[in-house]
Ligand binder design. Sequence first.
Ligand code: PAF
Length: 283
Amino acid sequence: MLTFTTIASLREHLAGCRTSVNPAPTTGFVPTMGALHEGHLELMRRAKNENSLLVVSIFVNPIQFNNIEDLEKYPRLIEQDSKLLETVGCDVLFAPGVNEMYPKPETAQYDFGLLAQVMEGAARPGHFNGVAIVVRKLFEIVEPDKAYFGEKDFQQLAIIQRLVEICHLPVEIVPCAIVREADGLAMSSRNMRLTPQERAVSTRIYQTLIEAVRLTERNNPAALKQWVVNQLAAEPFFAIDYVEIAEDRLLQPIDTWNPETGCLIFVAVFLGKVRLIDNMRIF
Ligand code: PAF
């Protein structure tokens, strides 16, 4: 694996790979903020399997954090991450610093309409604009054929699909299923910040979602949402940020079931200072 920290050296290397091999290699790209876990590694295995070149980026993107403490506490584990990347056959790691990515302040403003006004968009103002800026920049630097994103961040995935559409970016977005711990907790770099007690009860998020999907037939969406709220509120370690039952396109709340329209349950819960999100498909 080769590691690059500057845009120019990465571009030069990738251009060399693309001209020296015939047929030109296809590039699979997995953008990350590091603190890699099995969920990331699954995206990478798939990307490696479907492309001749696997490029991974590690960049803790300051402009997508609306909470300074969250940015400061975000784990930075580049040596451990590099070793994990070797195990999945990563060809190229791009790990730029903040000045390399943002030599001057970013002013781009994206309009994702209703999609950005609910759930994570409402709870974390400016978050998706920051994600869109960095992802677009990374796509323009790496020029991947396919880019891989996990469905745990379902709304982020929808935003990136929309970004690709509105900016006509020549990349295929590949959604990948949530990877879970043995007890059901969705894998996340934030999980390592949970205390042992918080970690032990965190599985209730998954158990509640599973049970809620089973109860769909007996409840309308409002009643089911209330049931999920009650279940989560009963756990003293949890502070609910939101619970939503929404359709799978613009992620707007629904008030009746329609099996023809896909829909999911979304939750965001604080355990102490750690905010976890999860979701599960109903239809
Ligand atoms: O999902 C993440 O890790 C980040 O939001 C991403 C897509 C790498 C952009 O910084």
